[in-house]
Design a binder for this molecule. Structure first.
Ligand SMILES: C[S@@+](CC[C@H](N)C(=O)[O-])C[C@H]1O[C@@H](n2cnc3c(N)ncnc32)[C@H](O)[C@@H]1O
Length: 258
């Protein structure tokens, strides 16, 4: 690793608590190099100096390092399994499920969870915790206004029930918003709440080093109840799941069995 990038990592960690060393190096370096070059800097450390006095540069950094792409019902077939198999199984053991959408980006994932679960239980019995490191993404999630393309996978009758269309934007219904609590949280640095029935963490671990992934699987397992489920992204099957006390429940769903 170059000295310049190493110094940058150290300074960023000290200032923000974000440890870039836990993100895959080549990819992150490429993204951040193109950012500092775009702003006319020639080294990471120069960029860091500027970031300490110019907040807009800090937000540009945060925006570049967090990849916020998301959509409702991402990989739709998994959401069908969630509704038909995972939620019915979880509801056998507990009427009031404790659910966490970890790295929720701009809210599409936790709102999808609320919509799917509401097919089985009333809204007033649903509460979902949704967290992300990126405060801009959280702010947008709370506003809950989306472009049409984010709703490509949403079934028509669900769209009619939970969204209000305003020109080419879709606004999430206030009743649905009330069941999701958004919080800023760094998965790699902060403690996790416990006793979850379902943890959804999708399309973020792909950006982390193997070491960081292993640490997180262990922490997710500890944060789940026995019998609880971890729902991962569609490129994120867990290698050696038993090591964390997980067994496969369905494709991309893992059950904590011990
Ligand atoms: C590609 S999005 C995935 C959104 C959603 N889970 C999905 O699958 O559609 C990745 C999200 O991970 C968040 N993220 C990156 N590093 C994080 C960290 N250390 N702690 C919490 N969230 C993080 C980013 O801010 C971004 O919103």
């Amino acid at each position: 690793m170059s000295q310049d990038y190493q110094d940058f990592i150290m300074k960023v960690k000290k200032k923000t608590g974000i440890d870039l060393a836990l993100y895959k190096e080549a990819q992150m370096k490429r993204r951040l190099t193109s950012l500092y070059e775009k702003h006319g800097f020639s080294t990471f450390v120069e960029f860091f100096q500027a970031m300490t006095t110019d907040n807009s540069l800090y937000y540009a950094f945060l925006d570049r390092m967090t990849i916020n792409v998301s959509e409702f019902y991402r990989n739709k077939s998994r959401w069908d399994i969630l509704q038909a198999k995972v939620f019915p199984y979880l509801l056998e053991n507990s009427k009031r499920l404790k659910i966490w959408s970890a790295a929720c980006s701009t809210g599409e994932e936790p709102y999808s969870l609320a919509m799917v679960l509401n097919q089985l239980v009333p809204l007033n019995e649903i509460s979902i915790l949704a967290t992300d490191i990126d405060e801009n993404a959280i702010a947008r999630a709370k506003i809950g206004i989306y472009q049409e393309r984010a709703l490509n996978e949403v079934p028509e009758q669900i769209k009619e029930k939970y969204f209000i269309q305003e020109q080419n934007h879709y606004k999430v219904d206030e009743k649905l918003k009330k069941v999701v609590t958004f919080k800023k949280q760094n998965l790699l640095a902060e403690r996790f709440d416990q006793h979850f029935d379902l943890i959804v963490c999708r399309n973020v671990l792909i950006y982390f080093t193997e070491e960081a992934k292993m640490m997180l699987y262990k922490k997710f397992s500890e944060a789940l109840k026995i019998g609880g489920i971890l729902f991962v992204g569609s490129t994120e099957q867990i290698f050696d799941a038993e090591q964390y006390g997980f067994e496969s429940f369905d494709t991309f769903f893992y059950k904590k069995y011990k």
